[in-house]
Ligand binder design. Structure first.
Ligand SMILES: [Zn+2]
Length: 508
């Protein structure tokens, strides 16, 4: 038993009425006893960085989360959330690449919460609100600075959602229109987050050649506002940039030393996943998809955009795998370069064709991080481990990043058991206790008397990831029992159909 509060011991964990009744022994006879000898009993995992708000409304059973021990997903990351909405078509398509079949969007967090709760999610959800979504609702897709009135309106919308229980706000500074926000605009909004004592999570403006400047921008916002800052999925793309996390981790340590409150999270893989359109420099996406399409119709403009992509895309195009192209499903799982060569066109031209056809629906998996960087961030005392994924089904027609199925199994079986990179109690803390504390989730992330009985029982000796880049849509082995609010959502390695998750609200 690892309780997340600093104790690991051989002990019984007694659960009653949805809460942990006690840890120790002498609890008498229970209605159901799980023999966990040789296994690990730990607090249910809290996934600090997900996009499940775009998938849980239509996939509330969340098998891919439960079967890796996750009992709570934090949503609303990278500037995306399916609310607030102003009724505009562009707002309806914001974040569409996460799940193209979910076309619902909600006017407010309250509306979203009601509908998601009605769908009876199997896991808990702690929502952030996306600053990209707020900008889109208030200002549309224009690449302009807000007027004083628009800025006040964005601050008011943000305050409304924080007042309604959002755990914080997020920015995604590579995704238009959130990427159009200057540092001053972000600081004006982060100041509202700070007033509520909530979290500001950021997908920073650059994760390749300009990594240090992008981290500095985030740290400036924290210093100016006093907000709790979370630098999301910290990493660096591109061979020429490998090793730069050394410098950024020092910047983050120094900021904490100077009084800021900054943490990071990381997923345990050397590949990422996002919209293919994110490979275009942000200014090329100005004005939205239609504007881009008309620019691409002009041959000279098209050639210029192609060159711009080759020069300044955050990742090298020969590291890109096509994860989903609705118009050409036969390309799923193929490397972009190989598919381009078959068509006799350059990589950048083929990318433009895909973006032209599928807009933001086209999804990629992109390799190009260094293993040594991933390890350095994983082992850093300020890091928690999160998926950056979303709930998926094993029969999904789109390619999946393995993080959607097995990020916890990868950390535990590969980096803890096989590689000895992190010790087990620390890994459990990075998966559950620290993210719960970061979010202010009282009574979760620990197995102590009175805590909510979100519990995972896993067999580390016999754990395997199963999900790989070659064959991603597989559940891991080794997660034997998972309790959500004291009820078995996973029993003997199988989901039970129990769906007792709640949409949580930040306690003031
Ligand atoms: Zn992101």
């Amino acid at each position: 038993m690892i309780d997340g509060a600093g104790h690991d011991a051989v002990a019984d964990v007694a659960v009653d009425g949805g809460r942990v009744m006690g840890v120790g022994n002498g609890f008498g006879v229970a209605k159901r006893t799980i023999d966990a000898r040789g296994k690990i009993v730990a607090p249910g995992f809290v996934d600090l960085h997900t996009h499940s708000d775009f998938t849980l409304p239509i996939r509330p059973a969340a098998e891919a989360k439960l079967l890796q021990g996750v009992t709570t997903d934090i949503t609303g990351n990278c500037g995306f959330s399916p609310f607030p909405l102003n009724g505009d078509e562009a707002a309806r398509r914001h974040g569409i690449f996460f799940e193209s079949t979910l076309t619902d969007r909600w006017c407010t967090l309250r509306d979203f919460t009601e509908d998601l709760q009605d769908a009876r999610p199997a896991i808990n959800v702690a929502p952030l609100v996306g600053l990209g979504a707020i900008r889109l609702a208030v200002m549309g897709e224009a690449r302009v600075a807000p007027s004083a009135r628009q800025l006040e309106e964005m601050r008011a919308v943000l305050a409304r959602e924080l007042g309604a229980g959002a755990f914080g706000a997020s920015s995604g500074l590579i995704y238009p229109p959130g990427s159009y926000a200057a540092k001053e605009e972000i600081a004006a909004l982060a100041a509202v987050v700070a007033e509520y004592g909530a979290l500001y999570a950021t997908h920073i403006r650059n994760e390749s050649s300009e990594l240090e400047a992008a981290v500095t921008e985030a740290l400036d916002v924290a210093a100016a506002t006093g907000c709790l800052l979370q630098i999301s999925h910290h990493k660096v793309f591109g061979r020429d940039n490998w090793g730069k996390v050394n410098a950024t981790l020092s910047l983050i340590e120094n900021a904490n030393h100077d009084g800021a409150n900054v943490c990071i999270d990381v997923y345990p893989y050397t590949a990422g996943s996002t919209s293919l359109a994110a490979l275009l420099p942000p200014q090329e996406l100005d004005g939205g998809e239609q504007a881009l399409k008309s620019r691409l119709a002009n041959p000279a403009e098209r050639a210029r955009i192609g060159r711009h992509v080759e020069e300044s895309s955050f990742a090298s195009l020969d590291t890109v795998l096509i994860a989903n192209s609705p118009s050409r499903p036969q390309l799923t799982g193929r490397m972009l370069s190989a598919a381009a060569a078959e068509q006799g066109v350059s990589d950048s031209e083929f990318l433009l064709q895909l973006v032209e056809l599928d807009g933001r629906d086209a999804l990629m998996v992109v390799f190009g991080m260094a293993e040594s960087d991933v390890r350095q961030v994983l082992t850093h005392p300020l890091s928690t481990v999160a998926s950056d994924g979303w709930t998926m089904a094993t029969d999904s027609s789109t390619y999946a990043h393995p993080r959607n199925f097995a990020y916890t199994a990868r950390l535990l079986s590969h980096y803890v058991r096989d590689e000895g990179l992190i010790d087990l109690p620390e890994a459990v803390a990075k998966l559950s206790t620290w993210p719960a504390r970061r979010l202010g989730l009282r009574s979760r992330g620990e197995l102590t008397r009175g805590a909510v009985a979100d519990v995972v029982v896993f067999d580390l000796d016999n754990m395997s990831e199963e999900s790989s880049f070659e064959d991603p849509c597989q559940h891991p082995k080794g997660f034997e029992h998972v309790l959500v609010s004291g009820q078995l959502a996973v029993d003997d390695g199988e989901t039970t159909g129990v769906r007792l998750g709640s949409v949580l609200a930040r306690e003031g």
